[in-house]
Design a protein around this ligand. Structure first.
Ligand code: FEO
Length: 163
């Protein structure tokens, strides 16, 4: 059984994971309209993963006797200031998400909720992988420079993020 504090915190994470999904979907749509098919494909896949993360929180809250609330989401931006800026935004967003996953770990410990503590470890590992995969992309972008964006777009096609 979840304490009210934990249930509230996990429901807040549903909002964050769902927003992440919509943010990456908005980024994918923008990249698509700019002609970056490979980057769009990578972002569409990330949007799906974030939706899957959100669903994991929904299932866990309900399994543990809570009530997962499906929220409305803030509208993400529709336009972005270039590919490098976009991936910097993805990394900053993932770092923010890692911080909120860490907050859940901290709360689970302070509430003596070892079931939630054990369950959330998957997300701790996932965040390490996600930050690393975005950092790799940013490093490649730095090497190539904006003028070689076509090569980068081909390169990222088929590349998968953290599963
Ligand atoms: Fe579900 Fe990338 O945070």
């Amino acid at each position: 059984m979840l304490t009210q504090k934990i249930e509230k915190k996990l429901n807040e994470q549903i909002i964050k994971e769902g927003y992440s999904s919509n943010l990456y979907l908005a980024m994918a749509s923008w990249a698509d309209t700019e002609g970056y098919a490979g980057i769009a494909q990578w972002l569409f896949a990330q949007a799906e993963e974030e939706r899957m993360h959100m669903l994991k929180f929904v299932s866990f809250i309900n399994e543990r006797g809570g009530h997962a609330i499906v929220p409305s989401f803030e509208e993400p931006p529709a336009k972005f200031d270039g590919i490098k800026v976009l991936f910097d935004q993805v990394l900053a967003h993932e770092q923010y998400i890692s911080g909120s996953i860490n907050d859940i770990v901290g709360l689970a410990i302070s509430e003596n909720d070892y079931a939630t503590h054990g369950w959330i470890q998957w997300f701790v590992t996932e965040q390490v992988e996600e930050e690393a995969s975005v950092q790799t992309i940013i490093d490649k972008l730095k090497m190539l420079g904006e003028k070689n964006m076509y090569i980068f777009d081909r390169d990222i096609m088929g590349l998968r993020g953290a599963e």
